[in-house]
Write a protein that binds this ligand. Structure first.
Ligand code: 5GP
Ligand code: MN
Length: 363
């Protein structure tokens, strides 16, 4: 059971008011941050560019304010994020449980970034967070946030948490504290969560922020290369398998890919290797819904990534059928039945969504 339920808002108010923190809350937070505090920053399990980018950006900012600050991540990040400034300072909870607990228990403020519900940190860390007697600050852009935070900045219309951190610093009157290091972290999350500025949630504001970060001297080409041009031979071979497993169901404008544990093992699978594979399904002409099913024998689950084009909500689909959620056009989910049964369940659901899929997106 969650202990930390001391919010000032009803659910309706959260939706209306939390788009940006109210001036009063910003004032209170500024006051809180005006003296040195013990602060932890937590990102979600299986951190991506936005989770680590936003966490490290905030980390560098809070260090500048002379706080005692630590980033705690439930598990490690893929190799393509290992170059981020000071990522080596991050405490990996599953590898260092005692230290992680100690930091969290001592923290006077805990920022939770890029996730909307405490279960997103995974089963090992979730109960620790639920027991904390601390001040929670949420900055996140996922749909339907839980209401555990004392200060909540939730806006699913914004493309990335990094963009939100920029707005947050703006509200605190501290844009001038953004240096090249912070800008590099923020740009990373913006570029990954917008699909290099192509997804629908990308706005002129996104581009203006990116421009201001480039003005601070970041090497945007290098950032892009560090994230996207780090293929190993094994990853490309695995992509070959994924593409040969790709199935297309034109009737439902749907494509899906499966990868079994055996197939992953045959190419020395490393965390992050399957990142982006699901997009190949979505790139087929006429396809509006794409899913990848990835077997994870260690966790005993099938991990799913779901993507859509247009109005078809993969957030709803994942939430209703596969214990997941996320955004309108990008979500994750999981299943605890074997790969073939999971796919069967999925295929049986599609006829119920035929109309929604047909109407989702006009090419
Ligand atoms: P991915 O497919 O890359 O794992 O996730 C796609 C998006 O959905 C990301 O923004 C990710 O944070 C989010 N996401 C993945 N799994 C879940 C989940 O179980 N619940 C929620 N709320 N969001 C998720
Ligand atoms: Mn994000």
């Amino acid at each position: 059971m969650t202990k930390i339920k001391h919010l000032k808002y009803t659910r309706h108010e959260i939706i209306v008011y939390s788009q940006m923190m109210k001036d009063l809350e910003i004032k209170q937070l500024k006051e809180l941050l005006s003296t040195s505090k013990k602060i932890a920053i937590v990102s979600h399990r299986n951190p991506d560019g936005d989770a680590y980018g936003s966490s490290l950006a905030l980390y560098h900012y809070l260090l500048k304010l002379k706080h005692d600050v630590t980033v705690v991540s439930p598990n490690d990040c893929p190799d393509f994020l290992k170059w981020l400034p000071n990522q080596e300072d991050i405490i990996i909870f599953e590898e260092n449980v005692e230290k992680g607990k100690e930091i969290l228990n001592k923290a006077e403020i805990v920022f939770t970034l890029d996730f909307n519900a405490l279960h997103r940190v995974g089963q090992q860390m979730q109960p620790v967070l639920e027991e904390l007697n601390t001040t929670y600050v949420m900055i996140d852009h996922h749909e339907q946030p839980d209401d555990y935070a004392n200060f909540m900045y939730s806006d699913p219309s914004i493309a990335s948490t990094c963009e939100m951190v920029y707005h947050f610093l703006d509200k605190l009157g501290d844009l001038n504290k953004i240096d090249k290091t912070i800008a590099t972290c923020l740009y990373t999350g913006i570029v990954t969560d917008t699909g290099s500025f192509k997804y629908n949630a990308t706005t002129t504001t996104t581009h203006n922020i990116a421009a201001s970060l480039i003005d601070l001297g970041i090497d945007h080409t290098k950032i892009h290369n560090s994230i996207f041009d780090t293929n190993s031979f094994n990853r490309l071979q695995l992509l070959g398998i994924a593409l040969s497993n790709l199935r297309v169901l034109h009737e439902y404008k749907t494509a899906y890919i499966t990868l079994s544990q055996k197939e992953l093992n045959s190419h020395d699978f490393k965390k992050g290797d399957t990142e982006g594979f699901v997009n190949y399904g979505l790139s087929i002409k006429g396809i509006v819904f794409a899913v990848i099913f990835i077997e994870d024998q260690k966790q005993g689950i099938i991990k799913m990534s779901l993507r859509s084009k247009g109005t078809f909500s993969v957030n709803d689909f994942a939430r209703n059928h596969f214990n997941g959620g996320g955004h309108l056009n990008a979500a994750g989910g999981r299943s605890e039945v074997p790969l073939s049964n999971t796919v069967k369940q999925f295929l049986e659901l599609l006829p119920n969504y035929k109309k929604d899929l047909e109407n989702s997106y006009e090419v």
